[in-house]
Design a protein around this ligand. Structure first.
Ligand code: ATP
Length: 507
């Protein structure tokens, strides 16, 4: 049957120094199939994608596309005609138009000058062929995330690829964007395009995929049709344990509402992002700032930590005003920050897990200590245990960690200074189901120890640990909930269609 497969990999082994990242892995994806690839952080998913796209040369094993051996290592043009991966990080050039991005490095033979009108017409035809409704003259940076993904997919298909790998494609999409993406994928699937879909969101696997392959500790453990596979069995295959995944949060006991707030926003506003609002987070509380992609909740979180300067109002920590737009001052005042984008704001790749875990922004600007104090290593070791960071040890450079494990180092770093108020922006993005539980438990513990925490997210699992939720839509506070909300009403509020809750006591 292997000959019928769009891709068939067998016995794939890949080592990175002492780390065995893939240990005899196999994978078969058939035409028109939507095949999920799942596993815990560090299981080997990205490494397998690297092998399937010609980025990593396997140490052993074979890869076939449509029954023929994979192109020679390094022959990028040949790989491009077989397979493409749409990464979370955009591969399009933001300043260029859609048409330019589509034809980048691909001008036709004999063409000495670029004929812009022709280029746009060709782009329009190409997009129409795959049913992608995007203006070829638009700048890539002005596209919605899913439109940018469509452009990348159309480009891959135009090179002849019939296998598209999607690496956590929904990470930056709101509910509607996800639906538009899934509709497009189903549409292309019916035309015979196959997808390999990597996601930590198992409900998406159930919604979109027909088959699933599970990797665990570098090995293949299961390939099965999605239909009829119980979620508990899927999770058991991923973790190797029979445990329930769903974090079972006790509704938090009533917090001492009279206590002086640790963190306060007073008339805080950022023009173009969110309108003036007031709120306070008291010791022992986790407050959720819920909202979809353009709701303003991320901008609000970034203002709290000094990444953005507000256009009005103030942020106070234990009564002291934080200098607007100053990250060092926010840190100094006792704010801990878990950023959304760990690559840009998070880590120093070549430094060790221990150094990164104890590094602060001010340290980054200053000079490095030459000796790693034993307390640093101890702290790192305890974080490695409690956050279940998969690493060879505190001294391993973070560049050698999988994406999800890097995110956990970012969390460790935010906790290192024992902040009075922890602000976490989408803290569980890219983190596997089991680690998610551990990570949210850590945030919960911060509050339970008498400190304050804020979670900025649109993920229901993240928001479930909160004692109180403020929901933003188009920059305005539209709803407020104590515990006891239902998924449905919260999703409705985040989509701006809440009934009866609009305004609340604060509007
Ligand atoms: N460039 C590298 N150098 C050293 N080790 C690496 C490198 N890339 C990956 N690894 C190691 O290989 C293993 C598999 O990592 P991989 O990134 O494939 O995991 P993953 O399943 O994609 O995880 P995640 O869900 O966190 O993205 C991990 O132990 C990781 O630390």
């Amino acid at each position: 049957m292997a000959a019928a497969a769009v891709v068939h990999a067998e016995g794939v082994v890949k080592r990175f120094g002492p780390t065995l990242a893939l240990d005899g892995v196999r994978l078969t994806v058939r035409p028109g199939e939507s095949h999920a690839l799942v596993g815990r952080n560090g299981a080997g998913k990205s490494t397998l994608v690297g092998v399937l796209t010609g980025l990593h040369r396997p140490d052993a094993g074979t890869v076939h596309f449509d029954g023929a051996p994979a192109p020679a290592f390094g022959d990028t043009a040949a790989w491009r005609s077989k397979v493409a991966c749409v990464y979370q990080k955009s591969m399009v050039v933001p300043e260029l138009t859609v048409a330019e991005n589509l034809f980048l490095n691909r001008f036709q033979e004999g063409e000495r000058f670029i004929h812009w009108a022709k280029l746009r017409a060709r782009a329009r035809a190409l997009l129409a062929e795959y049913g992608v409704d995007v203006d070829p003259g638009a700048r890539a940076k002005d596209l919605a995330v899913e439109q940018r993904q469509f452009v990348e997919i159309a480009k891959a298909l135009s090179f002849g690829a019939r296998l598209i790998i999607l690496d956590e494609p929904t990470a930056q999409l709101d509910a509607r964007g996800i639906q538009r993406l899934f509709d497009k994928l189903r549409d292309l699937q019916s035309q015979g395009v196959a997808f390999l879909f990597i996601s930590h969101h198992l409900q998406e696997v159930y919604e979109l995929c027909t088959a699933v392959t599970v990797l665990r500790d570098a090995r293949h453990v299961l390939t099965a049709p999605v239909q009829g596979l119980a979620k508990a069995d899927l999770v058991a295959a991923m973790t190797g344990e029979e445990t329930s995944v769903v974090p079972d949060w006790e509704p938090a006991p009533r917090r001492v509402r009279e206590a002086e707030p640790l963190l306060r926003a007073e008339g805080l506003a950022l023009e173009g992002a969110y309108e003036p609002l007031d709120f306070a987070v008291r010791p022992g509380e986790v407050v959720g700032l819920a909202g979809a992609a353009a709701s303003g909740n991320t901008a609000l979180g970034e203002t709290l930590v000094g990444m953005r300067a507000p256009t009005a109002g103030a942020v106070r920590v234990r009564g002291r005003e934080v200098r607007p737009g100053s990250v060092p001052d926010a840190l100094e005042a006792g704010i801990g920050y878990i950023p959304e984008d760990r690559h840009r704001q998070g880590l120093v790749a070549e430094r060790s897990v221990a150094e990164n875990a104890t590094l602060t922004v001010t340290d980054q600007l200053g000079r490095w200590g030459t000796v790693l104090p034993s307390r640093t290593r101890e702290f790192a070791a305890s974080m490695i245990r409690s956050l279940d960071i998969r690493t060879r040890g505190p001294d391993q450079p973070v560049s050698g960690l999988s994406g999800g494990n890097q995110q956990k180092v970012v969390v460790a770093r935010a906790l290192a200074r024992r902040p009075h108020a922890l602000v976490a922006i989408r803290p569980t993005a890219g983190v596997d189901v089991k680690s998610k539980e551990a990570l949210l438990a850590v945030v919960r513990r911060v509050a339970d120890e008498g400190r304050a925490a804020v979670i900025v997210s649109d993920e229901l699992d993240d928001l479930r640990v909160c004692d109180r939720l403020l929901v933003l839509f188009h920059g305005r506070l539209v709803a407020e909930y104590d515990t006891g909300w239902t998924d449905r009403e919260l999703v409705a509020a985040m989509e701006g269609v809440a009934e009866g809750t609009v305004g609340g006591e604060r509007a």
